[in-house]
Design a protein around this ligand. Structure first.
Ligand SMILES: [Zn+2]
Ligand SMILES: [Zn+2]
Length: 256
C-alpha cells in the first residue's frame, strides 16, 4: 500500500492512496490540466483513478472534482452536506456516504471520521488494505475524542500542521480570518498536531507527513520543530518525517 500527494495547502489538495489493485484520490483541488500534469509525475494517468473521495466543499478540496468526474466517469464519494450542486457542478457517478459508517471502494476499506471544521458536513478518512492503515487528517479546528480514537496504529499518517499560533497572531490576515483559522472549527496549529502525536499509538507509524502548511502563517521549519519535539521522547517512532508541499506534494511512500 502506498500514499502520495499532488499538492497540499490552501491553493489545492489531492492525496493518492493505492494498494496495487485500487487507486483513489482524496480531494481534488486542482484544475484538470494541472491534475493530469501532476498525476503524470507519479506515473498515473486519469484512467488509473478508481474513485474520488471528498472531505468537504472548500475550493482547495473540490475545485477539480466535477470536471474530472465528468471527463473520466470517475465515481465520487462524499457526504450529502458536502454536495452543493451549484458550487460543484454535475457529477455523473455520485455516491452519498454516511460519515458514521465504514464503506469500501474496490479493495480499500474506508472509515470516514467526522471533524470539526467550518464546512457543512466535513469528514476525513482512514483507509485500510491488507492489514495496513493510512490516515489522512487535515482541515479541523481541534482534535475530538473520536478523532483521537480513530487514528491509532496508522502505518502512514498525513497530518495537518496549518499554522504557528504566534505567526497567525502577528501575521497579515484580517482579525476575522485569524479568528476563523485559529478557532475551534478552523485549522490545526503545529502545537495541536504535536499534541495528537502524544495521544495516539505510533508504534506502527512508518511515515508521518506534515501537510496543509500555511504559506503565510507557518514555516516548514516551525512545523518540523513541533513534530520533532513531540516525537523525540517517543522511542517508538523511527520512521520517515515528510513534508507535503503546495507545488510538489510528495512522491510515493510505501508501507510494508
Ligand atoms: Zn483546506
Ligand atoms: Zn477547509
Amino acid at each position: 500500500m502506498r500514499i502520495a500527494s499532488l499538492g497540499s495547502g490552501s491553493k489545492g489538495n489531492a492525496t493518492l492512496i493505492d494498494d496495487g489493485e485500487t487507486c483513489i484520490i482524496i480531494d481534488l483541488g486542482f484544475t484538470l490540466k494541472e491534475t493530469v500534469r501532476r498525476l503524470a509525475r507519479l506515473g498515473k494517468s486519469p484512467e488509473d483513478i478508481d474513485a474520488i473521495l471528498v472531505t468537504h466543499e472548500h475550493a482547495d478540496h473540490i475545485q477539480g472534482v466535477s470536471v474530472f468526474g465528468r471527463k473520466y466517469k470517475t465515481p465520487v464519494y462524499l457526504t450529502p452536506g458536502t454536495h452543493n450542486p451549484e458550487r460543484m457542478g454535475a457529477v455523473p457517478d455520485l455516491n452519498y456516504i454516511n460519515c458514521h459508517r465504514n464503506f469500501s471502494v474496490g479493495s480499500l476499506g474506508v472509515e470516514p471520521v467526522p471533524v470539526p471544521h467550518d464546512a457543512r458536513e466535513p469528514c476525513q478518512y482512514v483507509v485500510s488494505s491488507n492489514g495496513f492503515k493510512v490516515g489522512v487528517l487535515t482541515d479541523l479546528g481541534h482534535i475530538t475524542p473520536f478523532v483521537e480514537q480513530q487514528y491509532h496504529r496508522c502505518d502512514a499518517l498525513l497530518l495537518e500542521c496549518n499554522h504557528d499560533m504566534q505567526m497567525l497572531d502577528n501575521g497579515p490576515y484580517p482579525w476575522q480570518l485569524k479568528k476563523r483559522v485559529g478557532g475551534l472549527h478552523g485549522h490545526l496549529n503545529n502545537e495541536q498536531a504535536a499534541q495528537l502525536l502524544l495521544k495516539i499509538d505510533l508504534s506502527k507509524l512508518q511515515h508521518l507527513i506534515i501537510s496543509h502548511i500555511s504559506e503565510k502563517n507557518n514555516s516548514i521549519e516551525l512545523a518540523l520543530e513541533a513534530m520533532n519535539s513531540a516525537l523525540d521522547p517517543l522511542v517508538a517512532f523511527n520512521g520517515n518525517l515528510v513534508v507535503a508541499r503546495q507545488d510538489e506534494g510528495f512522491g510515493w511512500l510505501e508501507v510494508k
